[in-house]
Design a protein around this ligand. Structure first.
Ligand SMILES: C[S@@+](CC[C@H](N)C(=O)[O-])C[C@H]1O[C@@H](n2cnc3c(N)ncnc32)[C@H](O)[C@@H]1O
Length: 188
C-alpha cells in the first residue's frame, strides 16, 4: 500500500517524505516510544499511513483542498483501525481543540516552521519531541537558486538558529533524508 502511494506521489509530483526520512521517523518513534502524533502537512497521507503502520495514532493538518480529497480517499481505504484523524484546515488558522502528543512532526510550508513550532509546542507532552523534515532544503546552495528559494533557505536557516538557541529545548540536527531534527524539552 505504501509503495502504491509513493508511486502516486511520484507520478503526480507531490512531495512526500523520502525513504531515509521515513526510516528515521520509524527509528525515532521506537526510540521515544511515540504513541500520539500531531503532523503538520498531510499531503496524500503517505507519512500518516506509514506512522499508523508503526503503531501511532495521528492527527494531521492539511490545508490544500485537492490534497484533502486525496488523503480522505487513502485514509478511508487503508486506515482500517481509525488511527488517523485528518484536520482539514490551515494549521496556523485552526482554533479547535487538540489532544496532547508525544511527537509533533512538522513537514509543511517551510517559511512557517517557527510559527508551527510556537503554536503547537503547548500540546506536547512533558517528554515529547518535535521532529522537523526538510531542513537541508534538498542541499541547495543559495548562490545557485532563484530569489524566492534563497529567501526560503534564509528562513530555514533562521529557524535552525531559533531551535539551537531555544532555552527550553535541546535540538539535534541529522543529515538524513532532507535534513531532519529532533527537539526535546530540557528537563527542569
Ligand atoms: C511536503 S508535503 C507533506 C508530505 C507528507 N508529510 C508525507 O510525507 O507524506 C507538505 C504539505 O503541507 C501542506 N501545508 C503547507 N502549509 C500548511 C499549513 N499551514 N497548514 C496545513 N497544511 C499545510 C501542503 O499543502 C502540503 O500538502
Amino acid at each position: 500500500m505504501l509503495k502504491q502511494l509513493k508511486q502516486y506521489a511520484v507520478d503526480h509530483h507531490i512531495p512526500i517524505i523520502c525513504d531515509e526520512g521515513l526510516l528515521f521517523l520509524d527509528v525515532t518513534i521506537k526510540k521515544y516510544q511515540v504513541k500520539d502524533v500531531l503532523e503538520i502537512g498531510t499531503a496524500i497521507g503517505y507519512s500518516a499511513l506509514a506512522m499508523a503502520s508503526f503503531g501511532c495514532k495521528i492527527d494531521t493538518f492539511e490545508r490544500n483542498q485537492k490534497m484533502i480529497e486525496q488523503a480522505k480517499v487513502h485514509f478511508n481505504q487503508y486506515d482500517e483501525r481509525n488511527q488517523i484523524q485528518l484536520i482539514p484546515y490551515d494549521a496556523l488558522d485552526y482554533q479547535g481543540e487538540l489532544r496532547s502528543y508525544d511527537m509533533i512532526f512538522i513537514d509543511a510550508a517551510k517559511a512557517q516552521y517557527q510559527n508551527f513550532f510556537e503554536k503547537f509546542v503547548p500540546y506536547l507532552k512533558p517528554n515529547g519531541i518535535v521532529v522537523c523534515d526538510n531542513l537541508s532544503f534538498h542541499h541547495l546552495k543559495p548562490e545557485f537558486v532563484n530569489r524566492n528559494t534563497r529567501q526560503l533557505i534564509r528562513k530555514i536557516n533562521a529557524f535552525k538558529t531559533f531551535l539551537q538557541e531555544h532555552q527550553d529545548f535541546k535540538t539535534v540536527f541529522y543529515d538524513q533524508g532532507d535534513g531532519m531534527s529532533i527537539s526535546q524539552r530540557k528537563s527542569l
